[in-house]
Design a protein around this ligand. Structure first.
Ligand SMILES: *Cc1c(COP(=O)(O)O)cnc(C)c1O
Length: 417
């Protein structure tokens, strides 16, 4: 066995964060040097989303995907109203997960015909709001049928439904599995025919199926496999449907690279597979619109989290950059949002971009808990109090997925630039 010590010690690198420009030593967001943006925002910490990076990601997808595939934004990834407004102009529909998100989507001008609503615990009041809005409800349980029928009768409006199916397979190598086996999400595939019959008896307006096998997948073959199997399952289930399929949402799960050694998802095989599925759909389910729903893939890489170094503290030889931001704003970067083994998000000192790595430091926040860690032993340019720490890949599952009230520090601002 020949293990060269030098090679075995080199940690795998993060994928290059080349979605942003840098110049004169500064990261540029929305074309603006970071220190100027921080002055414009007026405080740290803040999240900044670059609208041009979001638009470029959508354009890249549009160029790769067959035109028959409609692109939806799953807004739980980032429900910031200005961002949802930006995306409403770029995508074909919005997927919401609560009446609160529905309000943001409607306020942003989303067309109710192209809004869908998924979530395992929909309250009766939310179902009624959905019927009144005229959006599509992705039914997760037979329990939702009666309140939907009631709302439909009371309001004199159709209750548009698709059945969310809990498939009889899992998405391989997914960061977060949401299908296969027992799940709180969707109707088990084997129970779908009975639920379809009930939908027919209740007079709901059946439109199609929704399948979502999992999230944060970086392996094209796994996504291809899940989408192919989802399509085949939908074809089989369509035989029991009370009306022809008008809507088929095959989910998404496209991941982005967060951790050392991860590579960006290869889009070409996914696009080729979707083209084949679109051709089959046109032939076998001619009235069905084919949809994929993406959250983090659309917005995650376009956002950064910025906090300021308050103190450069040395404890027994180990350097800590103590910042004004941390897990209360950015739970996922601290490793406490679904990670099993904590790994570092890509970090930079945003006002020292040209400088070579000089110091191995840990970046921590102001909270009195060892969980408040944004970077564990990362090589960064030698930083001082006042410098700006940037956490990349922060456009999804950031502020809205974090316990902002924990310890009573002020919330992070969010800007779209
Ligand atoms: C969370 C969720 C998404 C978005 O997942 P991402 O990993 O952000 O793309 C899409 N669809 C459903 C049903 C979800 O629950």
């Amino acid at each position: 066995m020949s293990l060269t010590p030098a090679a075995s010690k080199t940690p795998p690198a993060h994928a290059p964060m080349n979605q942003f420009a840098a110049g004169d030593g500064e990261l540029r967001i929305g074309g603006m040097p970071l220190t100027r943006l921080a002055a414009r925002v007026g405080q740290t910490p803040f999240y900044a989303i670059d609208r041009s990076v979001v638009a470029a990601r959508v354009a890249e997808l549009r160029a790769a995907l067959p035109p028959a595939v409609k692109l939806h934004y799953a807004m739980k990834a980032n429900p910031m109203p200005a961002l949802v407004g930006h995306l409403v102009g770029l995508v074909d529909g919005i997927d919401v997960a609560s009446a609160g998100e529905l309000k943001v989507a409607l306020d942003a001008g989303a067309d109710p015909r192209h809004i869908s609503f998924a979530g395992p615990g929909k309250r009766d009041a939310e179902l009624r709001q959905a019927v009144a809005a005229g959006i599509l409800v992705n039914l997760e349980s037979a329990r939702e049928i009666a309140p939907l029928a009631q709302a439909s009768q009371a309001l004199g409006l159709p209750a548009r439904v698709a059945v969310r199916v809990n498939p009889d397979f899992e998405l391989k190598s997914s960061g977060m599995k949401m299908g296969g086996g027992p799940r709180p999400f969707g109707v088990d595939a084997e129970r779908v025919p009975a639920v379809l019959a009930e939908i027919g008896r209740a007079g709901l307006a059946f439109e199609g199926f929704h399948l979502f096998a999992g999230s944060q997948n970086l392996k094209a073959e796994a996504i291809v496999d899940a989408q192919r199997r989802s399509f085949e399952l939908a074809l089989r289930l369509a035989e029991a449907a009370p009306a022809p399929l008008r809507f088929l949402n095959l989910g998404g799960g496209f991941g982005i690279p967060y951790f050392p050694g991860e590579q960006r998802l290869e889009l070409a095989p996914v696009a080729a597979n979707l083209a084949a599925i679109a051709a089959d759909t046109a032939r076998l389910l001619p009235q069905a619109e084919l949809v994929i729903e993406l959250g983090r893939y659309l917005v995650g890489e376009a956002g950064i989290y910025v906090c300021r170094v308050l103190d450069r503290k040395v404890s027994r030889g180990h350097v800590y950059l103590v910042t004004d931001g941390g897990l209360h704003h950015h739970l996922s970067a601290s490793g406490n949002f679904g990670q099993v083994l904590r790994k570092n998000y890509p970090l930079a000192i945003g006002n020292r971009m040209g400088e070579a790595g000089q110091e191995t430091v840990s970046v921590v926040g102001p909270l009195c808990t060892p969980l408040d860690l944004l970077g564990d032993r990362v090589l960064l340019p030698a930083a001082q109090a006042g410098d700006l720490v940037v956490v990349f890949q922060s456009g999804a599952y950031g502020a809205s997925a974090s316990p902002q009230a924990f310890l009573g520090h002020p919330p992070a601002l969010e800007v779209l630039v």
